[in-house]
Design a protein around this ligand. Structure first.
Ligand code: ST9
Ligand code: ZN
Ligand code: ZN
Length: 334
């Protein structure tokens, strides 16, 4: 069956003007921020510990872990990554395609393996991020620097504007999905099972890996997934060309795309947030998530894939691009 792809014309804002497609609100004039930063020491200690174990995992991978454990870790990184990219991001936060329940279930389990909070919480923050990008209401406002947008925002209390503006967004569609509702409700059972207990036990049970090797390499897998995700908020909001809209911070960043399974084409994504490919052509070598969705579209589990017509892209490139589209030919490159 051929993938069912819908192309949305640029001018039709009525179809896109909602919390899901998230047209950005022009930033208000920022007030000087005199708040004292409220550090969350639980998170600082946990993330420091997780990163230390992950580094030890690199060492164990080189000296004592079985090859099967490393291969398994790489496989889980792809699965967890897809739970974030094809699941939380493209399916639920942006509704850029629709999925039948078996695919939703797979993506929810994959998402729990990635432990980036429940899909409902993740999508709520992400919708706020798009709508109020680079303002105090953006949870990982890149105007506050690389460190803050990468990990710092998870180490302190949110700016009150995130909560104020976030409360104005409609997330009833997320709560209405029974699979998401269950994931959110039972997160403290589902997440530890998917992210830690099973991934550590499987190598010990099936190929006699030691506990310390299995535990440390799984932590390495988790920390790589987290940092790949965070790079989209930090590096892809700070470095790269802006072929589609030079007036916004998000940029095209190939290095981030490779680690983040196709999510580094961020100038395109913030310009056309409803495109299920999150990039112009979605070449598979730098967009594994698009390949995954296309595969499920072929077997009918993904449908109503939204994209953008070449004419619309061309018009936008001419109107607001930085000129790099012609030089680099983004549409033809990986
Ligand atoms: C993690 C998430 O890492 C990463 C997300 C990255 C997103 C990237 C997007 C880029 C595009 C996609 C690329 C994917 C690439 C993937 C590649 C993979 C290979 N609206 O949050 P709380 C209200 S998680 C409305 O506690 P605090 C609400 O009432 C890592 N209201 O705020 C809420 O209550 P409830 C693991 C909002 O106290 C209440 O405030 N997880 C909003 O300031 C309290 O909310 C962790 O480490 C809103 N947006 O604490 C946990 N937000 O929820 C980290 C809040 O009941 N988080 N409210 O409705 C925390 O510990 C805390 O959130 C905090 C802030 C300390 C950071
Ligand atoms: Zn997005
Ligand atoms: Zn962004």
């Amino acid at each position: 069956m051929a993938p069912n792809i819908t192309s949305v014309p640029t001018g039709v804002l009525s179809e896109q003007d909602d919390e899901v497609s998230m047209p950005e609100v022009p930033p208000e004039v920022s007030q000087p921020d005199n708040r004292k930063l409220e550090l969350v020491w639980r998170n600082i200690i946990l993330f420091a510990y997780f990163h230390a174990v992950a580094l030890y995992g690199v060492y164990l991978m080189l000296v004592s872990a079985k090859l099967a454990t490393t291969v398994f870790g790489f496989f889980l990184y792809q699965c967890g990554g897809l739970g974030v990219t094809a699941g939380a991001h493209r399916l639920w936060a942006h509704r850029s395609y629709k999925a039948k329940w078996p695919l939703k279930l797979i993506l929810t389990l994959f998402n729990s393996l990635a432990f980036e909070n429940s899909v409902i919480e993740w999508s709520r923050d992400h919708r706020v991020h798009h709508k109020f990008s680079e303002t105090d209401a953006d949870p990982h406002n890149a105007k506050r620097g690389f460190f803050f947008s990468h990990i710092g925002w998870l180490l302190c209390k949110k700016h009150p504007e995130v909560k104020n503006k976030g409360k104005g967004l409609d997330i009833s569609d997320l709560y209405a999905d029974p699979i998401l509702f269950a994931q959110d409700k039972y997160y403290l059972i589902v997440m530890p099972l998917c992210c830690f207990i099973l991934p550590v036990m499987i190598p010990m049970y099936f190929w006699n890996e030691t506990f310390i090797n299995s535990f440390s390499l799984n932590m390495l897998r988790y920390i790589i997934t987290l940092n790949a995700t965070w790079l989209v908020n930090s590096a892809a909001h700070l470095y790269g060309h802006k072929p589609y809209d030079k007036y916004i911070n998000p940029a095209e960043n190939k290095m981030v795309s490779i680690f983040a399974l196709g999510e580094g084409w961020h100038n395109y994504h913030h310009t056309f947030p409803w495109d299920y490919k999150t990039s112009e052509l979605g070449k598979y070598s730098t967009n594994f998530s698009a390949a995954f969705i296309d595969f499920f579209a072929k077997i009918g589990w993904a449908y109503d894939l939204k994209t953008v017509s070449p004419e619309m892209i061309k018009k936008r490139v001419q109107r607001t691009g930085d000129g790099s589209h012609e030089i680099w030919g983004w549409g033809d490159k990986d």
